[in-house]
Design a protein around this ligand. Structure first.
Ligand SMILES: Nc1ncnc2c1ncn2[C@@H]1O[C@H](COP(=O)(O)OP(=O)(O)OP(=O)(O)O)[C@@H](O)[C@H]1O
Ligand SMILES: [Mg+2]
Length: 336
């Protein structure tokens, strides 16, 4: 017994397409259960009440069906709902930082100040230059309140809300002496996260992802969306002649954005060791090869490498590995 204190935690990643959930036991990262369910509609500023109640039902059903045994949750908001920025600042006190962050937020956040909830955290300090890197996070209050309401109604205890990038780092960074770029290709958003020696340096979100590729394929080849989606999953960038052309404009945008980020770091003599691909959209066949020229190593992220789990579920877990890293990282947070 843990003196009545629950030792397990649910990591819940609500994306634009699906909710992913994992339950980890704190003491040994044992994966106790997990589940994925498709959303009907993503949560936005304009979400209708019926979509909110459907989401509550989905969340409740998901936890029940997966036999989750704890109510304690860590949640991430989709990248599309959050403004994040890593800002270089001169070293200062907490009080000074508070003032500065409010000022910086006005520059970075394209929403009225009263409508956002601000937070920040220190990433690193450099005593040589007397500077520090600070992660600024701004969430529209309305969206944050909607999520709090959803969790309350689903009977869950929301302990913490975090951004996806930090959860990804916790799950995917293996070697803290190396520099990684974690690329998360979701349904509607692609997150590019530059991580130097385990610390987030820059996070950039592009408003395109797997669904955008499907839409392009459907348009170009005049296919129904479901068939275009199947084509994408079956062939991706391999085998057919015409498919690569249809999906390419989206991938070219992602690749040139990554390249831009890499060039900035190269100009500061920072080399990238690996690109780590995650997100449902990164499962499109041929993507690893497509990004190969950008880094010495391009790998698919492994969401389960830090977890223990019954051997017999390994094949199924591997199938979902690309979609689970955010949920896993959220649950790992509570075990730190
Ligand atoms: N086997 C597959 N091959 C290619 N693409 C796939 C495959 N399975 C899922 N996808 C794509 O993955 C995307 C969904 O990914 P994911 O679940 O990571 O999104 P999300 O986290 O809900 O969205 P976002 O991060 O944009 O909020 C969809 O665009 C879907 O078409
Ligand atoms: Mg996602």
């Amino acid at each position: 017994m843990w003196f009545g204190k629950e030792k397990s935690i649910l990591g819940i990643d609500i994306g634009t397409q699906a909710i992913k959930m994992v339950q980890l036991r704190s003491e040994d990262y044992l994966l106790e259960t997990y589940g994925i369910v498709d959303l009907i509609e993503p949560i936005t500023n304009q979400t209708k009440p019926e979509v909110i109640s459907q989401t509550i039902d989905l969340l409740r059903t998901l936890t029940e069906k997966a036999h989750a045994t704890t109510k304690r949750c860590a949640l991430s908001l989709p990248n599309s709902a959050v403004f994040t920025s890593v800002i270089d600042m001169p070293k200062m006190t907490d009080a000074e930082l508070e003032q500065s962050m409010k000022f910086e937020a006005k520059k970075y956040v394209p929403l009225p100040f009263e409508e956002v909830s601000l937070s920040w955290s220190l990433i690193s300090e450099d005593p040589n230059t007397n500077t520090m890197k600070v992660l600024l996070i701004a969430v529209p209050k309305q969206i944050r309140d909607t999520y709090i309401h959803i969790f309350e109604k689903a009977g869950l205890e929301l302990e913490v809300i975090e951004i996806e990038a930090l959860a990804l780092i916790r799950t995917l960074v293996q070697d803290k002496s190396k520099n990684d770029v974690i690329i998360d290709i979701g349904a509607k958003v692609t997150g590019i996260n530059f991580v130097k020696q385990g610390l987030l340096q820059l996070t950039r979100n592009l408003n395109l992802g797997g669904d955008t590729i499907t839409e392009k394929i459907a348009q170009t080849l005049n296919l129904a969306p479901a068939r275009a989606e199947q084509f994408k999953r079956d062939f991706g960038l391999n085998s057919t002649e015409f498919l690569p052309e249809a999906g390419k404009p989206v991938l070219t945008t992602i690749r040139s954005e990554i390249k831009q980020v890499l060039d900035i770091y190269k100009s500061h003599q920072v080399q990238i060791d690996r690109i780590v691909l995650v997100g449902g959209g990164a499962q499109m066949p041929g993507l690893q090869e497509y990004f190969a020229e950008l880094a010495p190593e391009v790998i698919y992220g492994n969401s389960i490498s830090k977890l223990s789990y019954p051997k017999e579920v390994e094949p199924v877990l591997k199938r979902f590995s690309m979609q689970l890293p955010v949920a896993v990282g959220l649950a790992l947070r509570q075990t730190e």
